[in-house]
Design a binder for this molecule. Structure first.
Ligand code: ATP
Ligand code: MG
Length: 565
């Protein structure tokens, strides 16, 4: 397996302790885990947690992790999803080596195991309809009733099972049940269905099968066939574990995998159910699985998130047995922390107002050196043009200037980042709209590069672009997809989609310094004082640059002396 870029090793947790112990006691000499997504949707940030645990533990203990398409339910599975899953796992930094599997490839062996269970008197063909079964199954506090077919002979069951497979019965009629315990307080142990008739084309096996195994029966077998030692999954499978163990026990499988459950990831301001994510895509609430507002790995990638920031997030979330919510701000913190170290910085004006420097010659251009990243001296510098007409942010100018306001206002002097000190001498306004249309200033020619030789200080530093060099670009500013913390938390009869944030995407026009406009697709950068952005990997062209906002900036220019508003 390839190793993701070195990070601090994950702190220990109850799963890692179990594995370490199994190695110490000699129970296992080699660890084998698996990540088993159903190819019925794209992977999301919750799956990233599972991937980091499954692949991460295998890596740490020098074992292997299998990628398995858990495709026992053909209805909603497609090859497009299979490809997206492989792509996303690789992107996240993990590799399964030769261990890529399809559950569907085990169908024949699973049928053999079912026959073995029938022969051992541990399973039978049942003819009760699912309606009738509701009555037989009972409720947790009262035992159920035994199916009248429970004690039919193994031969009769085997023959009926063969006919089920041969397509002699309609969908949903006969089924195979495990013969366990109709009085068990755990309803999953009350003769659960292991095979059902379902005429559905499977993306891999086509029309070959009209019977399909259920998840609870198939999963322990898949794990056993592959020699999985630790089958890690989310807490909702805890009540299924007795059935998982039962299947393996009846079949007398020598090396039994052990199922261990951990809490699933829940994040505020989003939904993480594949059914809901599919609905958002299908019904056009977002532009696709890779819409940058989606919590899918494809969406996060398109937005500009890095695999390492996502792995770091998963590590910080940790592994526990307690269901809880993780604040989406933690994910934003992780990408901000990384990009602060790695993303080059540029100037872009998102809401421009023109500034004319009255005493600066018409044709003159100064080129100033701008530091690419103060956190990374090796990142070097780039050149920024300065001329008589500039754009600054509308919010960096005020007609009045209250105390502690350090940016531009009539009579006030500010530093233009990397440029000159300028002093505001006046402004014009559109009387109809009340908007400022132009700001007039003078500059001090001795302050080029942002320093005054007489040592005089200005408190405010603002960013700018040269009007005649500025390149217009489309900027896509994303907000949370839902405007409440727990969008799933709705009263009976209310749809979670009522919580969708109608302003989750705002498209604006920005003016960029020329170097910024020349960055290739997929490049991440900081717009100084604004946030982290990425050149859109698909839509951006040199003639029409498009930038996605990854996250806004939280840190202010404290060091540069600009208190934020
Ligand atoms: P559904 O929402 O349709 O039940 P799922 O999200 O459980 O599907 P699977 O394809 O079955 O999707 O998931 C593959 C693996 O990822 C499983 O082992 C599952 O436990 C794990 N997983 C899924 N969602 C989360 C989550 N939110 N946090 C952690 N692990 C998850
Ligand atoms: Mg599932």
């Amino acid at each position: 397996m390839t190793t993701p870029t070195p990070e601090t090793p994950a702190p220990s947790d109850f799963i890692r302790e179990i594995i370490a112990d199994d190695i110490k006691t000699g129970k296992h000499s080699r660890i084998v885990t698996r990540f088993p997504p159903e190819p019925n949707g794209y992977l999301h940030i919750g799956h990233a947690k599972a991937i980091c645990i499954d692949f991460g533990t295998a890596l740490e203990f020098s074992g292997e992790c299998h990628l398995r398409m858990d495709d026992t339910n053909p209805a909603k599975e497609t090859m497009e999803y299979v490809e997206s899953i492989k792509n996303d796992v690789h992107w996240l930094g993990f590799d399964w080596g030769p261990h890529f599997y399809f559950s569907a490839d085990y169908f024949e062996r699973m049928v053999e195991c079912a026959c073995e269970l029938i022969r051992k008197g541990k399973a039978y063909v049942c003819e009760l309809t699912s309606e009738q079964w509701k009555d037989y199954r009972g409720i947790p506090t009262l035992p159920g009733k035994e199916s009248p077919f429970r004690n039919r002979s193994a031969d009769e069951s085997l023959s009926l099972f063969a006919k089920m497979r041969a397509g002699e019965f309609p969908d949903g009629t006969l089924c195979v049940r495990a013969k366990i315990d109709m009085a068990s307080p755990n309803l999953h142990m009350r003769d659960p269905v292991i095979y059902r008739i379902m005429r559905a084309a499977h993306y891999r096996t086509g029309d070959k099968w009209c019977i399909y195994p259920t998840y609870d029966y198939a999963h322990p077998l898949e794990d056993a066939f592959e020699g999985i030692t630790h089958s890690l999954c989310t807490l909702e499978f805890e009540v299924h574990r007795p059935l998982y163990d039962w299947v393996l026990e009846q079949l007398a499988i020598a090396k039994r995998p052990r199922q261990i459950e951990f809490a699933r990831l829940n994040i505020t301001y989003t939904v993480l159910s594949k059914r809901k994510l599919l609905e958002l895509v299908r019904d056009g609430y977002v532009k696709g699985w890779d819409d940058p507002r989606m919590p899918t790995l494809a969406g996060l990638r398109r937005r500009g998130y890095t695999p390492s920031a996502i792995r770091s997030f998963c590590q910080r979330v940790g592994v526990t047995k307690f269901d809880s919510f993780t604040d989406i701000a933690l994910l934003e913190f992780c990408i901000r922390e990384e990009l602060n170290q790695t993303a080059p910085r540029f100037m872009a004006v998102l809401d421009p107002v023109k500034v004319v420097i009255e005493n600066y010659p018409e044709e003159k251009v100064d080129w100033f050196d701008a530091v690419n990243n103060p956190e990374d001296p090796a990142a070097g510098t780039h050149r920024v043009p300065f001329s008589r007409e500039l754009y600054i942010e509308r919010a960096d100018f005020r007609e009045d200037s209250p105390k502690k306001y350090y940016r531009l206002a009539p009579g006030k002097e500010v530093r233009l980042r990397y440029g000159y000190f300028i002093t505001c001498t006046g402004f014009t306004r559109d009387e109809a709209t009340g908007q400022i249309t132009e700001i007039r200033c003078t500059y001090d020619p001795a302050t080029g590069g942002g320093n005054a030789p007489d040592g005089r200080k200005v408190k405010g530093t603002i960013h700018w672009v040269s009007a005649k060099h500025a390149v217009p670009a489309e900027v896509r500013i994303y907000d949370r997809l839902f405007n409440v913390e727990h969008p799933d938390d709705v009263p009976e009869g209310v749809d979670y989609k009522t919580n969708i944030n109608p302003d989750s995407l705002k498209i604006g026009q920005a003016l960029l310094e020329p170097e910024l406009a020349a960055l290739p697709r997929g490049t991440r950068c900081q717009f100084e004082r604004k946030g982290y952005f990425m050149v859109d990997p698909l839509d951006s062209t040199p003639a029409h640059p498009v930038f996605n906002q990854i996250v806004p900036l939280k840190d202010s220019w404290a060091k540069a002396g600009t208190p934020q508003p």
